[in-house]
Design a protein around this ligand. Structure first.
Ligand code: PLP
Length: 444
């Protein structure tokens, strides 16, 4: 009997009692390796003493002060840590409670910017199919995640449209080079801007590395440079969503640093507070801030818990540990090991179509037929079954369902903490491969 409203009303999840490092213990006495850090959240693992101490100290000193009245030390220091020395022009940070709130703030700030600079006709946002930007109505309207959108379609705003994702495994023709594929995506993006009217587009929005909807999809070389060029040509902003892939998760401080472009607005969340507190951030380019400062001088958008001192103190501690212990380098090393082990164990598997990702954000795509790349039928529920089979084997991994051209596409996402050991990585792959073997043998 539970009074808590769980997502699955018929089967409440296992009860987590405690956690340390990369392991969570349940009330049933199980020890589970947190191989996806929840949903790519727990970058430092659990019970990190430096973060616990920072939270305790901040709670004792100043638990809450409304951001409309006061600024606080942890919020100011966190902004410095995030944008103090970032190349590419992001110079200010706004703190909210998570990824969806950060995306709402990005969309509204982009709109406010164009109002302030005398371009009120810019009210449209172009995003991509098979994407996810959050579950609030604005962020969901941007998201190209069909199963999450469909029930709410009548409630979603009409200022948002979608173009193809950059997803080579599924959509690059066998005869096409990466460069040709990028040119095809350029033509589609330009056509969409033209269809909408180029001067009505406020921004193009994309995850730099695809998250749970597409499953750790990295763009082909040159794709984001192409996107930047198209945005610049039409005077639109580029908003990059690094809620899942940012802050070291993919082996660079920001994922866009590996793409040779910088965004005008960027959002981060999950790894920002590492799960110790709910927090997300909007990072904003100097030109946008300057225009608003010279115009109305005030942000129109706000929430009660913006720049929450305890959340900022926790995030500051998390980010300091990442820098001091050089954990982004560790992500690169562990990421190479994870990728190599996945290829060794699953590279030739009859039901593994693709192994992809970057750093410690990796996905395994499951297919009914490796040769034709045909996905499993949606009713087979393969990704969800692998999640359950993995849990039985003491492994928490994140299932995903991308809906490819109206058909389900299953993948499993791995996003282990940056503090995992090499032995943890090997065990993660072993347990995941066992679960995949067991489920695919049944799904045939
Ligand atoms: N953007 C991306 C890329 C995400 O992966 C998520 C969450 O999974 C969000 C936005 C929404 O973040 P939140 O769940 O913190 O609201």
């Amino acid at each position: 009997m539970t009074l808590l409203l769980h997502r699955d009303l018929r089967r409440p999840p296992a009860r987590a009692l405690s956690a340390s490092g990369v392991r969570i213990r349940t009330s049933a006495g199980r020890e589970v390796i947190d191989a996806s850090g929840g949903a790519a959240v727990s970058c430092l693992g659990h019970a990190h003493p430096a973060v616990i101490e920072a939270i305790r100290r901040q709670a004792e000193t100043l638990a809450y002060a409304h951001s409309g009245f006061f600024t606080t030390e942890p919020a100011e220091r966190l902004a410095e840590a995030l944008v103090g020395d970032v190349p590419g022009g992001l110079t200010r940070a706004l703190f909210v409670s998570g990824g969806s709130e950060a995306m709402e703030a990005a969309v509204k700030l982009a709109r406010q910017y164009f109002l302030e600079v005398g371009e009120p006709q810019r009210r449209r946002f172009v995003a991509r199919r098979q994407s996810y930007h959050g579950n609030t109505l604005g962020a969901l309207a941007l998201s190209g995640n069909l199963p999450r959108r469909e029930p709410y379609a009548p409630l979603l705003g009409t200022a948002f449209s979608h173009v193809s994702p950059a997803f080579a495994y599924r959509y690059r023709a066998a005869t096409e080079s990466d460069a040709d594929y990028v040119e095809r995506l350029r033509a589609e993006l330009v056509a969409e801007f033209e269809r909408l009217g180029g001067d009505t587009v406020a921004a193009f929005v994309a995850e730099t590395v695809g998250g749970a909807t597409s499953g750790a999809v990295t763009a082909p070389p040159g794709y984001f440079r192409m996107v930047r060029e198209v945005c610049d040509r039409y005077g639109a902003l580029l908003i990059l969503d690094e809620v899942m892939c940012g802050l070291g998760r993919t082996g660079t401080r920001h994922a866009w640093m590996a793409e040779g472009v910088a965004p005008d607005l960027q959002i981060v969340a999950k790894g920002l507070g590492g799960g110790y507190q709910p927090i997300g951030a909007l990072l904003v380019g100097a030109g946008i801030v300057d225009a608003i400062e010279a115009g109305s001088g005030t942000l129109m958008h706000g929430h009660t818990y913006m720049a929450h001192p305890i959340a900022c103190a926790a995030a500051l501690a998390v980010q300091r540990v990442i820098v001091e212990q050089e954990l982004v380098g560790e992500v690169q090393r562990l990421g190479r090991r994870l990728e190599a082990r996945l290829h060794q164990r699953l590279g030739q598997h009859a039901h593994v179509g693709d192994i992809r990702g970057r750093g410690l954000l990796m996905a395994v795509e499951l297919v009914a037929d490796r040769e034709t790349e045909a996905p499993f039928a949606p009713q087979a529920g393969v990704a969800a079954s692998i999640k359950a089979a993995a849990l039985d084997r003491g492994l928490a991994c994140y299932p995903g369902n991308g809906t490819i051209d109206g058909i389900s596409g299953d993948h499993v996402l791995l996003a282990p903490p940056f503090v995992s050991s090499a032995a943890d990585i090997d065990l993660i792959v072993e347990r995941l491969a066992d679960a995949i073997d067991a489920v695919c043998a049944r799904a045939k």
